[in-house]
Design a protein around this ligand. Sequence first.
Ligand code: PLP
Length: 477
Amino acid sequence: MNSSEFRQRGREMVDYIADYLENIETRRVLPEVQPGYLRDMVPKEAPYDPDSWEEVMEDVERCIMPGITHWQHPRFHAYFPAGNSYPSILGDMLSDSIACVGFSWAASPACTELEILMLDWLAKMINLPQKFLHVSGAGGGVLQGSASDCVLVSMLVARNKALTDLSSSFKEQPEGVLLSKLVAYCSKLAHSCVEKAGMLSLVKMRELDIDENYSLRGGTLEKAIEDDRNEGLIPFYLCATLGTTAVCSYDNIKELGEICEKQKIWMHVDAAYAGSAFICPEFRNKMVGIEYARSFNMNPNKWLLVNFDCSALWVEDRKEMTNALTVDPLYLQHSQSDKAVDFRHWGIPLSRRFRSLKLWFVIRNYGVSGLQSYIRNHCTLAKLFESLVLTDGRFEVLGEVSLGLVCFRLKGHNFYTQMLMRSINLSGKLHMVPALINDSYVIRFAVCHQRAKEADIKYAWCVVLEMAAIVLETCKE
Ligand code: PLP
């Protein structure tokens, strides 16, 4: 493809994308395909001679679109939102065109410098303590591929610090023995990526009980630490969550932070979803105690109109980060290393995309006020859905509806709600996913669409009622 063909195809692609997003409602939100569906639609071998562009685009509609779950569909209420907006798509397009691999400052100075500035902008937008900003001179933020990466990196950094500190006190103990004693904590409602981070870091993980508000409390952590110390183990890390995946509950990071400080335990705060809401001052009451966090993550690619991947991680001490993750072969060194940030020492991969570009485009295009309106609209609509659920005595809502998520169920045995969940998704009229909160099976209704409106919420409630009537009727028989 030469540049003149690229200009033509590029314009066509922009039209295709705008048409797709504008007319997405004409498609079924959930595909109806079976595993392996694509195998019979695509040739067994790669084409030896090139296919035409028209053929490729025809196959997009014929083969690919029938197998897409449409996350940008107004009837999509599953998981959490997948960030998307035109400025973000265009920012990513430019990033793909520059196609630099910004692992060090020298490998593309603007890539590193914009990332530093955007992470400082974002930290200020959500009112993180000053210590997390690059301008503080000690801390700083970095973009990772996902919240799972952020949690794993924070645990690896905390583990390295713990092992380094312990090695100086227990000189005769091999590092492997010290490692076998390390224990990390999270609540039962922490995302599964915390458990995975523990697996990968080779440390013991304790999933602690939550209170009646689905929140991990200081007393529970304190007791677990005491028990583990009595067993000769070494607590070193806690991952607290602000905005749990199942029910959007909040661990009490003030209580937890005080204990972590006293016990010299690293408190990481995972706010993958809820973190974006903190750009609105009215939601920041959930952040009380944030000053105790040694690291913090949130995903602009969930709820800040930025396309995947764009997950922000901040640490209060960048030296602890680089101590844990630095390897330095000659071919990656450069003459400005002592003055510049090299993000290859702030994460697992070497190669890094120019992800801050789309963040820059989005923040400048919407302004903080535009992003606040977007978040507030979702929260208002979630409240509307909650109020509709509460008008019907057959249903109940679990947990506080604080942001854009409503967890609801049919009262009584889980079976009814399981049937309802299945019927809703089979109908193809809406897409939602369930969660288990303690032993209660709930349906998670997440407001996801960028321009979600009251009519979408009322429609969703009508579908829930329609399906509930069928389920309850069938159960009677
Ligand atoms: N943490 C929380 C609280 C989440 O809700 C999620 C995903 O929904 C994750 C972590 C994992 O996010 P990612 O897919 O970016 O790894």
